[in-house]
Design a protein around this ligand. Structure first.
Ligand code: PRP
Length: 177
């Protein structure tokens, strides 16, 4: 990592908190009677998932799947792999996928296709951030937090080379090449 690279706040912890509350209210409206299965994509979504579910005061279940699309650094390899599979069967369940960021869309379109083949009753996507300018495949985001500029962002679960996930704000890496 270059010593020139510094995180600069893009979305503050207060803005994130307000946005997570808004998303939770929308999700509550649609899922409160459905006992949904929320699936978080590791690792990036762990912090968003933890904050979101504390605001969902109805019956639900959680599972996690770990996918890998990036190698070290900031470039996507374009190849998606399931690194850690789901434990819960999803057939007939109302499934809501929780993602930290949709960038090229390759990861989430792979996952939605993978899940759809397992015949859930319904399948929707909640993403905290979206970078539409980077999209390579079309993706419908049912519940969206922030639209981000075409800059590399870190924090609140998002990493650069496994670093910066612990930042409480979503930041742009200033000085990135
Ligand atoms: C990141 C992010 C999304 C995906 C988005 O995950 O968490 O899952 O990339 O990129 P895409 O739309 O271009 O496919 P990553 O593979 O870096 O793993 P991580 O969640 O462990 O950081």
């Amino acid at each position: 990592m270059s010593s020139q690279v510094k995180p600069h706040i893009l979305f503050s912890r207060e803005q994130i908190e307000a946005k997570v509350k808004k998303l939770a209210a929308e999700i509550r409206e649609d899922y409160q009677d459905k006992h949904p299965l929320l699936i978080g994509i590791l690792k990036g979504s762990f912090m968003f998932m933890a904050d979101l579910i504390r605001l969902l005061d109805f019956s639900l279940e959680l599972d996690f799947i770990r996918l890998s699309s990036y190698g070290r650094g900031r470039q996507t390899s374009g190849k998606i792999k399931v690194v850690q599979a789901l434990r819960c069967p999803i057939k007939g369940r109302d499934v809501l996928v929780i993602e930290d960021i949709v960038d090229t869309g390759l990861t989430i379109s792979f996952l939605l296709d993978y899940l759809q083949k397992r015949k859930p009753a319904s399948l929707k996507l909640c993403a905290l951030t979206d970078k539409p300018s980077r999209r390579q495949v079309p993706v419908t985001i049912d519940y969206l937090g922030f639209t981000a500029p075409n800059k590399f962002i870190v924090g609140y679960g998002l990493d650069w080379d496994e670093k910066f996930r612990n930042l409480p704000d979503i930041c742009v890496l200033e000085g990135e090449g």
